[in-house]
Ligand binder design. Structure first.
Ligand code: NAI
Length: 334
């Protein structure tokens, strides 16, 4: 039976890497029934809204989506489509696995960690206002419910994947009440998982530790802003934004998407690396119970990258987005 999945190509390079990903998914032989919905600039250009209600109707119906990046205007303009989808569907856990990929040279081998970022509160609650003409205030919301469920997600992920350690990342030395509550909740959840080691680390030290000794980490759990920043940092450890996948997971729905944005500097040129979206699609396949297809997709991708013949410009090659996807699709069928 075909898997009914919402498809949100997004804008910028989103449409290019989505076409590439669909081509590769077709080669896996898994049957999909895509419910395609447009958002962002693409939807606006077609006379629609930035974030039509149809997107939520579709994801509520299918329970799962594959999504490309969507641009957000800086400073003014509409609210982030990405943040709104995550908050409205209560996709509270952002999972970003970070692992070396054969053929991509980086300063470190053996990096295998996961960032678990709280996705719905913290400084991204969107509660901002001017107090006076010269003073702006932005509220950081940390709740017992939000912190407890993200902690449980992190420990369950560690347990399920056989990862030995969870690190809670915080700044409770300065934000004693908000990050203090976060830590209190993680410590409580930790008692349910005696088989998983636990440590706490202040976020600035953690940034340094990650670029000096990344192999010490397993699962890192943290609130929204720290997770946003550190997951780009950890993407850099294994080859950059073009190769780093992600998933936003809630109790009832999940949205799989690369961690990078719309890359306006290369959009429309056919240069984008679809690897991050392909690895996000592999996470989606696992979520759908298609473990065999997920592992064939990953190993074919690794074979193509490992052969160092066909690669996109961000990795020093000359292949176009579709040429790279074609090579991966061919490897899957071999
Ligand atoms: P970005 O991730 O779009 O680009 C940063 C740099 O990485 C650029 O040099 C870009 O060319 C490169 N890059 C990113 N993805 C690549 C790929 N697949 N292949 C090759 N190179 C790639 O970040 P930026 O410029 O900060 O954001 C651009 C827009 O994207 C903004 O409007 C931002 O709000 C949005 N954005 C959307 C996200 C989402 O939809 N989940 C996530 C992050 C940003």
């Amino acid at each position: 039976m075909a898997h009914h999945v919402t498809l949100i190509p997004g804008d910028g390079i989103g449409t290019e890497i989505t076409a590439a990903t669909l081509h590769v998914l077709e080669a896996t032989g898994v049957d999909f029934d895509w419910d395609r919905v447009e958002v962002g600039e693409v939807s606006l250009a077609a006379g629609g809204e930035v974030l039509p209600e149809a997107v939520f109707d579709s994801i509520r119906r299918t329970g799962v989506a594959l999504k490309g990046p969507v641009g957000t205007p800086i400073g003014s303009g509409h609210r982030s489509v990405n943040v709104t989808i995550r908050r409205k569907l209560d996709l509270y856990a952002c999972l970003r696995p970070v692992k070396n990929i054969p053929g991509i040279e980086t300063p470190f081998d053996g990096v295998d960690l996961a960032i678990v970022r709280e996705n719905t509160e913290g400084l991204y609650s969107g509660i901002e206002h001017m107090v006076t003409e010269d003073v702006a205030e932005s509220l950081k919301i940390i709740t017992r419910k939000g912190s407890t469920r993200i902690a449980r997600f992190a420990f369950e992920h560690a347990q399920k994947r056989g990862i030995g350690k969870v690190t809670a990342v915080h700044k409770a030395n300065i934000m004693k009440i908000s990050d203090g509550l976060f830590l209190e909740c993680v410590r409580k959840v930790r008692e349910e998982f005696p088989g998983v080691d636990y440590e706490e680390m202040i976020v600035d030290n953690c940034a340094m530790q990650l670029v000096r000794w990344p192999r010490q980490f397993g699962v890192l759990v943290m609130n929204n802003l720290y997770g946003d920043i550190l997951s780009d940092l950890t993407a850099g450890l294994v080859g950059g934004l073009g190769v780093s996948p992600g998933a936003n997971i809630g109790a009832d729905q999940a949205v799989f998407e690369p961690i990078h944005g719309t890359a306006p500097d290369i959009a429309g040129k056919g240069w984008a690396n679809p690897t991050a979206m392909l690895l996000s699609a592999a996470l989606l396949l696992e979520h759908l119970g298609e473990d065999d297809a997920a592992s064939r997709l990953r190993s074919s991708l690794e074979r193509v990258l490992g052969a160092r013949e066909v690669r996109t410009r961000d990795l020093g090659g000359e292949a176009s987005t579709m040429e790279f996807a074609e090579a991966v699709a061919k490897a899957i069928k071999q």
